[in-house]
Write a protein that binds this ligand. Structure first.
Ligand code: GAR
Length: 193
């Protein structure tokens, strides 16, 4: 069985979309894959409730409890590797990862970013797209490399920027597309395992 470990920091709606797709599309039978665990760096992350309600394995590795990124990433790796993951899926995981962490999961680490990369890596993507007068915005699923929000692009979805949009209304429109492309991209990667 190919295990997925999903890392979250907050709401976890992308994680939930992947879990629901795995159930609906019977990934266990079709792809020999299952979501083995959901891990958060924030104890209060709302997405943990969704996972717990479904009886899924969850863990918290609170970044505030560690002295620096190296120590946090080492603890995070230990929590992940218990599940021997074929794929580690970053779903709204808001920590910058060390090169050692990225190297450890080379070929097994994917992220979703709320912009049409290579435009707008980093934070505040929707406000920056509005400030630039972009007519299209979107999201990108990409492999993770040591450089923030770089790495091979696996899937993208674009949405229109509409008159009167705020960062919040644009984010909501983009998020509905994230929920479609992330499960598809993950299933595609699993089909190659
Ligand atoms: C999503 O829009 C995701 O693309 C973004 O955070 C949101 C998480 O939502 N990720 C990043 O900004 C990563 N740099 P979710 O917790 O509901 O999935």
């Amino acid at each position: 069985m190919n295990n997925l470990v999903i890392l979250i920091s907050g709401t976890g709606s992308n994680m939930a979309a992947i879990v629901r797709a795995a159930e609906r599309e019977r990934w266990a039978e079709r792809l020999g894959a299952r979501v083995a665990a959901v891990i958060s760096n924030r104890p209060g992350a709302k997405g943990l409730d969704f996972a717990r309600e479904r009886g899924m394995a969850t863990a918290v590795v609170d970044h505030k409890a560690f002295d620096g990124r190296e120590a946090f990433d080492a603890a995070l790796m230990r929590a992940i590797d218990v599940h021997q993951p074929a794929l580690v899926v970053l779903a709204g995981f808001m920590r910058i990862l060390t090169p050692g962490f990225v190297a450890h999961y080379a070929g097994r680490l994917v992220n979703i970013h709320p912009s049409l990369l290579p435009a707008f890596p980093g934070l505040h993507t929707h406000q920056r797209a509005l400030d630039e007068g972009c007519k299209l915005a979107g999201a990108t699923v990409h492999r993770v490399t040591a450089e923030l929000d770089h790495g091979e692009i696996l899937a993208q979805a674009a949405v229109p920027v509409l008159p009167g949009d705020t960062a919040d209304t644009l984010a909501a429109r983009v998020l509905t597309q994230e929920h479609l492309i992330y499960p598809q991209a993950v299933a595609y990667l699993l089909s190659k395992k």
